[in-house]
Design a binder for this molecule. Structure first.
Ligand code: KG4
Ligand code: ZN
Length: 372
């Protein structure tokens, strides 16, 4: 098969995305319309607001993804959509758009699992740094070369693929799970959070500290300026064997530290520049510690040859630093593909297309992941 050009669509939660990816790795465009501002005042995603915003955003985002990639519908070989898991009202917008395009353009439709796509995101190449058009704007002679596909592909930054079997981790606002990854389409779940997702804990702690939504990026930044040892927050390991996670106790510990323990005289702490940074650092150290120890445990159990980490929290600098000298290679996505995006779905769809795993036009939006 020639190198397929796939148009991907993302609408599982609160980001509307469309992307054009060639050959499963070469991201030609990755457009994301974030709804963060719409949900910020509620400190979390409001499903009805999300699905309405997807309706408004989907066509402009699709148009822009083609324009940035310098493609028309005629250049597209298949339409991919993340059809599970997610918020049902949000998923339906992307699935309907994808089906409509596949039917009207008479192109194959591919349904992908969003969690599986988060794992695949480590395969995407860092488009921001390698686009020949970026070079073209810096130099003058590069203009003509930029339009030549052979030059474009020679400028692609080679990212070595992970060795299988791998241990996968999806750490985001909606998911915190470990996976045994035999290859990109054979994945089983080893463990999951029994309460909050780690990104959800970041968002709630940010709300407690009055830092706004989403909480991950700002806590990550402030944590680097605080003392991680100033406050020792609990590390919930759930017993010696468990590959599950729990973050609600940690979240409550932060709440009690700040506001005092109910029924006791303790008053909590005054929030100022110093205490906020120390709480952020102590909270992040507890999250990172638990994640690293669980990864270590799971790697021993599965004899994985590499670790693959995706999802919004994989952008975390504290986590990336803590895993720099891990026992086996750890693969992270380029930063722009950590949070929800359509490029990861278009990339994974390339693997599915080559395996002939296209979907019929009755493809459903499903709230649960296919991976068990
Ligand atoms: O993958 P994602 O966009 O959506 C879901 O599928 O859930 O992840 C969003 C989550 C949010 O909870 C956000 O606070 C968190 O990822 N996040 C981070 C960082 N950047 C985003 N958490 C920790 N550190 C970060 N740098
Ligand atoms: Zn996600």
């Amino acid at each position: 098969m020639h190198m397929p050009t796939i148009l991907g669509i993302e609408s599982t939660c609160d980001e509307t995305g469309a992307a054009v990816v060639i050959d499963g790795r070469d991201v030609r465009s990755n457009v994301v319309a974030s709804q963060v501002e719409l949900h910020a005042k509620y400190r979390g995603v409001v499903p009805e607001i999300a699905s309405r915003a997807h309706i408004e955003n989907i066509l402009p985002v699709l148009r822009e993804s083609l324009a940035v990639a310098n493609k028309t519908f005629a250049d597209i070989d298949a339409i991919a959509v993340a059809h599970r898991p997610g918020l049902i009202g949000s998923l339906l917008i992307g699935v309907t758009a994808a089906k409509t395009l596949a039917w009207s353009l008479n192109k194959p439709l591919i349904g992908v699992d969003h969690v599986q796509a988060h794992l695949y995101s480590v395969m995407l190449e860092d488009a921001a740094r390698e686009r020949p058009s970026d070079e073209a704007t810096k130099g003058n002679a590069a203009e003509e070369a930029a339009s030549s596909p052979s030059v474009a592909s020679s400028l692609r930054r080679f990212v070595p693929p992970p060795s299988f079997p791998a241990l996968g981790a999806v750490l985001s606002g909606g998911h915190t799970s470990l996976y045994h990854v035999i290859d990109w389409t054979q994945i089983t779940r080893l463990g999951s959070t029994i309460d909050d997702a780690v990104g959800e804990a970041y968002d709630k702690v940010a709300a407690i500290l009055g830092l706004g939504y989403p909480g991950g990026p700002i806590i990550d930044k402030l944590a680097a300026e605080g003392d991680p040892k100033a406050i020792k927050f609990p590390r919930t390991m759930l017993g010696r064997e468990s590959l599950d996670f729990s973050f609600s106790g940690l979240k409550t510990a932060v709440l009690y530290h700040v506001r005092g323990v109910p029924g006791r005289d303790a008053k909590g702490v005054e929030l100022n520049d110093r205490t906020i940074r120390d709480i952020a650092a102590g909270f992040q150290a507890a999250c990172v510690d638990v994640i690293v120890r669980k990864l270590d445990r799971a790697v021993r159990r599965t004899r994985a040859k590499s670790v693959i980490i995706g999802g919004g929290v994989s952008a975390n600098r504290g986590l990336r630093t803590a895993l720099e000298n891990f026992a086996i290679p750890v693969h992270f996505p380029p930063i722009q593909y950590c949070t929800d995006n359509a490029a990861m779905s278009a990339g994974l769809a390339d693997v599915l297309l080559r395996e002939g795993r296209t979907a019929a036009l009755d493809l459903d939006a499903i709230t649960a992941s296919a991976i068990r």
